[in-house]
Design a protein around this ligand. Structure first.
Ligand SMILES: *Cc1c(COP(=O)(O)O)cnc(C)c1O
Length: 425
């Protein structure tokens, strides 16, 4: 043991974890890459082994240590991707799901009970908001928004309002927010939750980290109880697989995993295999996409037909947002919004002229994607609500990929040329 150099004994750097962690070649004929284990059920050498597998899975605090039973409970590819993603996110444990929304639904449904309340940052991902305003509202769970997630007083005020209306079960944070890039001071939310816990129920603090991911932001290190990542976005990274992950302590994940078994919303073997492969290049992709995004954001910021760019790298020195960004984030990511001089007509004219950049919702893929938020991702959001979160007819969201930035800039430049000065009446 002692002659293993410190740097090889681990813990390893995230880039190294991303390549090999969670897979042991000895378990699969020495294959350098893992097999896809397509089986719905697993056999036991003895009846006692079957009993022991069930005891470990259902009664211990570490179901990951059980022999496999049935693929809805756990399966080899699921375990591999969970182990690797947990290590990347600095977590003790991870539960992987069939999608980001499956992960969010499981966390909410495992935590809240009828009559409880939820506090959340705003804006929230549409699917999360739909769940809060739909099923959870029907179950008697009321949601309260934080008006300024950078101000401890506003965070405490929202929690006080929620606590007055029922047991505050959970605080759902999304930072940076989509599409505004609004930041939340995660540590301030954690401190407020702890302070509340001294006199009443301490709410669980959950952070949706999809926009930055484990290489640019680690919510668990800021004190959050659970972090949620849509693996569909940067982690999967090729726009060809859906998935979601919840990370946290083994104890905090236990009820979430138990509910996943009931709902049957685990990640399937092929999607787990694709995601595991994608994680190998996540640090590389995230870094290049962020560099490309910085170049494109700078171009847009200087363009006469662009009126605003909500890129995290542009946060002004001396602001509360910049202070939280400097402390909490290790990069600006590569998805941001910008506003053009015009409205829907001008936005559509510009979008229809793009040749390299594709028009699609979603983000975090190798390809650059752009969408007109008001008529796509925020289609079903009322105009006044959209306006309040800064989404109007002039707003476009762009997720920068791995193409050469000069080609992206040239494409945007020629398309922005389609915007004629508004005929003002
Ligand atoms: C896409 C997304 C989700 C949902 O993930 P799916 O994999 O599409 O279910 C949740 N939160 C954020 C911030 C997202 O961007």
């Amino acid at each position: 043991m002692s002659d293993v150099p410190e740097r090889l004994a681990g813990p390893h750097h995230p880039e190294t974890i991303a390549i090999g962690h969670g897979y042991d070649a000895a378990a699969a004929y020495g294959a350098v890459k893992p097999p896809i284990v397509l089986t719905s059920t697993f056999t036991y050498p003895t009846a006692a082994a079957a009993k022991e597998a069930h005891r470990t899975f259902f009664q211990s605090t570490h179901p990951d240590e059980a022999e496999f039973i049935y693929a809805r409970l756990d399966h080899p590819n699921l375990r591999m991707v969970q182990e690797r993603f947990a290590a990347l996110d600095g977590a003790e444990a991870c539960a992987a799901f069939a999608s980001g929304m499956a992960a969010i639904s499981a966390v909410l449904l495992a935590t809240v009970r009828p009559g409880d309340t939820v506090v959340h940052t705003a804006p929230l991902y549409g699917g999360t908001l739909g769940l809060l305003n739909g099923l959870l509202a029907d179950l008697g769970v009321r949601a309260f928004a934080i008006t300024d997630a950078l101000a401890p007083a506003a965070i405490a005020e929202a929690m006080a309002r929620a606590t007055a209306a029922g047991r505050l079960a959970l605080v759902m944070v999304e930072s940076p927010a989509n599409p505004t890039a609004g930041l939340t001071d995660i540590r301030a939310v954690v401190a407020a939750a702890k302070a509340l816990g001294r006199s009443s129920h301490r709410p669980l603090v959950v952070v949706d980290n999809t926009f930055l991911g484990p290489f640019a932001q680690r919510p668990l290190e800021e004190g959050a109880d659970l972090a949620i990542t849509s693996l569909t976005k940067y982690a999967g990274g090729h726009s060809d697989v859906l998935g979601g992950a919840v990370t946290g302590s083994a104890a905090a994940l236990l009820p979430v995993r138990k509910l996943r078994t009931s709902l049957g919303t685990h990640l399937d073997p092929f999607s787990a295999w694709l995601t595991l492969r994608s994680l190998e290049t996540l640090p590389l992709r995230a870094e290049r996409a962020a560099r490309n995004a910085a170049a494109v954001a700078a171009f847009l910021n200087d363009h006469a037909k662009v009126t605003a760019v909500s890129y995290l790298g542009f946060l002004a020195e001396g602001t509360a947002a910049r202070a939280v960004y400097d402390r909490q984030c290790r990069g600006a990511g590569s998805t941001f919004s910008f506003r053009i001089d015009g409205g829907e007509r001008e936005a559509f004219a510009m979008l229809d002229r793009l040749r390299v950049i594709r028009m699609a919702v979603s983000l975090g893929g190798t390809e650059t994607l752009i969408c007109h938020s008001a008529t796509t991702t925020h289609y079903s959001v009322a105009p006044e609500v959209r306006a309040a979160v800064g989404v109007d007819d002039a707003s476009l969201r762009i997720s920068i990929g791995l193409e050469h930035p000069d080609d992206l800039i040239a494409d945007l430049d020629q398309a922005l040329g389609a915007i004629r000065p508004l005929a003002r009446t």
